[in-house]
Ligand binder design. Structure first.
Ligand code: DGI
Ligand code: FE
Ligand code: FE
Length: 194
């Protein structure tokens, strides 16, 4: 068995519910499948997948303190849903509670919920794996899974389109980085096919 996986499992398990722990394993396995198709280093995928929801259950007040207190974390997060805070905050908590993270792992964890402009291969793989892991049942997820067989960019774009549409239909705000991610990938498609 992968020793790194065992170490990561025991590290994250106490921080997650059983259901969230199982989601974490599914995201990591899905990320490895995507990486087999699109590339990337498997140790980095493993770490980013296993750690991406590390801060999911931290109290809102604690996450808000991390955001206010860190020079690196964008303060505008505080104007948006607390659901968006656990990725960026996890990176800061992990530096203290786990150890140094490689840059690719940091940004993949930080951007896994919102996406961002100029996502790296790792950012896209974790973002997409979180969206399409086998237990996800959002409307439209099956189409995103099919696109993910062929194109990482088009699959991320489809996931972003669904999420933005879903948030708007529910009359919720959308974090600007989500639009930046959408715009960049949409523009890329237009340049290819337009
Ligand atoms: O932590 P997970 O439940 O595994 O998934 P996640 O970190 O992707 O959180 C997803 C939720 O965040 C999803 O239900 C949509 C919601 N959300 C709220 N505001 C925004 C947002 N997602 C994006 N991309 N942008 C937003 O502004
Ligand atoms: Fe998450
Ligand atoms: Fe997740």
């Amino acid at each position: 068995m992968n020793t790194n996986r065992e170490v990561l499992k025991e590290f994250v398990r106490p921080h997650l519910t059983e259901e969230r722990f199982r989601h974490t394993i599914r995201v990591t396995d899905t990320a490895h499948q995507l990486s087999g198709r699109f590339g990337g280093d498997s140790d980095k995928i493993e770490e980013a997948g296993m750690l991406h929801d590390y801060a999911k259950f931290r109290p809102k007040e604690e996450m808000a303190r991390w955001i206010s207190g860190s020079v690196e974390l964008p303060k505008d997060l505080l104007d948006y849903s607390p659901v968006l805070w656990h990725g960026p905050v996890a990176v800061k908590m992990l530096e203290k509670e786990w150890g140094p993270l490689q840059p690719e792992v940091r940004t993949a964890i930080a951007s896994h919920t919102t996406g961002k402009a100029h996502m790296s291969l790792y950012d896209k793989i974790i973002f997409l794996a979180d969206y399409i892991e086998p237990a996800r049942a959002f409307p439209g997820v099956e189409e995103v899974r099919e696109i993910a067989e062929e194109s990482l960019d088009r699959a991320c774009l489809a996931a972003l389109t669904n999420t933005i549409g879903f948030l708007m239909k529910k009359k919720q705000t959308v974090y600007p980085d989500t639009f930046h991610a959408y715009n960049e990938l949409q523009r890329k498609q237009e340049e290819h096919y337009g």
